[in-house]
Design a protein. Structure first.
Length: 239
């Protein structure tokens, strides 16, 4: 399934303000654990507006690894997709997340101890957050795989990300009528690099939310939606 990103305006403002009301202020960190979905774009845009710091968690990690990252980054809120609620519930008593700051992303009612993502959004003001975000402020902390030890938190500033967008746009020649399709996990730096590089010039951005890689569906979608750019790993390109 393919979904097109909507405007980052009112929705991003609502989420930014709602997170701030939960106590996640400028410079505070919050984690996200979810498969690819359109909400990732909203989450990244919201944190950029209010100076909050996203801690994307790779969904393939084992519970002890997730627990370590949340504690190490001292997150103040945790956005959890439906598929990972059971795993997170098994470690909640070991996490620094305040009660009431677990956010459920998914269909149906929110489980006990969670607030639904849509309810949280509805609580937030649509006004621009009253926050000044500097280029040197941190936007994301991306954790390494930890193959040679504990995962390391890699700090990404607004300036560093925007520099990447501008260079990418110049090198590739991105235009407003281009269409990028995000196939790599939205919790990976790849999708941060190639999503807002396109929205930066008002181009369309699509989130491809297939959990398992299906090359035939991918190629069919690229053709149907007239995608002009996507980023894959070599093994996907060889399928």
């Amino acid at each position: 399934m393919l979904k097109k990103s909507q405007s980052h305006g009112g929705g991003a403002n609502r989420l930014a303000n709602a997170l701030s009301d939960l106590g996640v202020k400028k410079g505070n960190r919050f984690a996200i654990l979810a498969y690819n979905c359109i909400e990732w774009m909203e989450i990244y845009a919201a944190s950029a507006k209010a100076g909050q710091i996203t801690v994307p968690v790779m969904f393939r990690l084992a519970p002890p690894e997730v627990e370590y990252i949340i504690n190490h980054s001292e997150c103040k809120a945790f956005l959890v997709a439906k598929e990972f609620v059971e795993m997170v519930d098994g470690m909640r008593d070991k996490l620094p997340i305040p009660k009431g700051n677990y956010v459920y992303m998914g269909s149906g009612e929110a489980p006990d101890g969670y607030i639904h993502y849509e309810e949280l959004m509805a609580r937030g003001s649509p006004s621009q957050p009253d926050v000044v975000v500097d280029s040197a402020d941190i936007w994301n902390i991306m954790y390494t795989s930890g193959t040679t030890g504990r995962p390391k938190g890699v700090v990404r500033t607004h300036e560093g990300n925007i520099a990447q967008y501008i260079l990418n746009d110049l090198n590739v020649g991105v235009k407003p009528d281009d269409k990028v399709m995000l196939v790599m996990p939205m919790c990976h730096i790849n999708s941060i690099f190639y999503s807002f590089a396109y929205t930066y010039v008002a181009a369309s951005c699509f989130v491809y939310n297939m959990i398992s890689f299906d090359p035939e569906d991918l190629l069919r979608t690229i053709d149907q939606e007239k995608i002009t750019f996507t980023s894959l790993v070599p093994t996907q390109g060889e399928e």
